[in-house]
Design a protein around this ligand. Structure first.
Ligand SMILES: NCC(=O)CCC(=O)O
Ligand SMILES: [Zn+2]
Ligand SMILES: [Zn+2]
Length: 331
């Protein structure tokens, strides 16, 4: 026989009482949409590895975003994807090209969609000939100091172009402090958010992104700067350090395989916005599984969103943003 205290079902029998079990509920404000901007102005190229996602040229961007903004899109994060011959070099010199895709996209979105919050991913891998996220020494290892200097320049250039947020994903040591100082010196620190990809783990889930961003490393991998998947303590140290260096928001990436890290980060950085990146591999996995009849896409994706909010996320970067804008209206 059950005792009175053991009866839980009555507390969540009704749909409304079920909704009351959440500490936090997903809203459109919590979604940030990653978009790929390429240097062919008229491109709108569907990505094979990321179904329903596109490489977008600057002349197609307004048409692409307008219907989403109408549905309640609040923020985007821009990835520049230069594809022209000869654009890449060992220093990633074109990352802050004023006529490059990222800066042009920031300016266009700020002008055409003034209510949209514009973040820029800051990294060199889309712009370096070797495809690594920083500057390399002759022996192929990272030169952290030179890399941080470049990353700082790029971040400040994006801020000057009008980005509301710069989000370094390179994982160099000390880049948060350097970017914060760079923003202060340039007079942008009071209005530009610095979001750190603080706990970014190396692994299998970035595969489709590398096609999308054309940023696969030419040799080696990123395991010497992104974190090993087993590294709970290292992740805590990185989060604490990036808070100390002046980050305004903290990100965990990927999402679903790292929900424990997300929870721990939310506890550790409890006075900060906590972001989670549902990366390309997670996106495609859900998409393909639904296509194969494993589950209903909407139900499964919403369940991952509940997982993120339950684990402590206040901001979710996801390629499912366009779908979610519709699904949230249907709820
Ligand atoms: N800095 C962004 C990534 O590294 C990739 C994310 C993804 O796989 O979607
Ligand atoms: Zn990178
Ligand atoms: Zn990256």
């Amino acid at each position: 026989m059950s005792t009175p205290k053991s009866i839980l079902h009555g507390g969540y029998h009704h749909p409304l009482s079920r909704s009351w079990q959440a500490e936090r509920t997903l809203t459109k404000e919590m979604l940030m949409y990653p978009i790929f901007i390429t240097d062919d102005p008229n491109a709108l190229v569907a990505l094979e590895a990321l179904p329903e996602q596109y490489r977008i040229g600057i002349d197609r961007l307004e048409g692409f975003l307008a219907p989403l903004v109408k549905k309640g899109l609040k923020s985007v994060i821009i990835f520049g994807v230069p594809l022209k011959e000869g654009v890449k070099d060992p220093q990633g010199s074109k990352a802050e090209d004023p006529e490059g895709p990222t800066i042009e996209a920031v300016k266009l979105i700020r002008r055409v969609f003034p209510a949209v919050f514009v973040a820029c991913d800051v990294c060199l891998c889309e712009y370096t000939s070797h495809g690594h996220c920083g500057i390399l020494r002759d022996d192929g290892t990272l030169n952290n100091d030179l890399s941080v200097e470049r990353i700082q320049q790029v971040a400040v250039a994006y801020a000057k172009a009008g980005a509301h947020c710069v989000a370094p994903s390179d994982m160099m040591d000390g880049r948060i402090g350097a970017i914060k100082r760079g923003l202060m010196d340039a007079g942008y620190a009071h209005k530009v958010m610095l979001m750190s990809y603080a706990a970014k783990f190396a692994g299998a889930f970035y595969g489709p992104f590398r096609e999308a961003a054309n940023s696969a490393p030419a040799f080696g991998d990123r395991r010497c700067y992104q974190m090993p998947p087993n590294a709970r303590g290292l992740a805590r140290r990185a989060v604490l350090r990036d808070m100390e260096e002046g980050a305004d928001a903290i990100m965990v990436k990927p999402g679903t395989p790292y929900l424990d890290i997300l929870r721990e980060t939310a506890d550790l950085a409890k006075d900060y916005p906590i972001a989670v990146y549902q990366v390309s591999g997670e996106y495609s996995m859900l998409y393909q599984a639904a296509k194969a009849g494993v589950f209903d896409l909407k139900q499964a994706v919403l369940e991952t969103m509940v997982g993120f909010t339950r684990a402590g996320a206040t901001l979710i970067l996801t390629y499912y943003t366009p779908r979610l804008l519709d699904w949230l209206d249907e709820e």
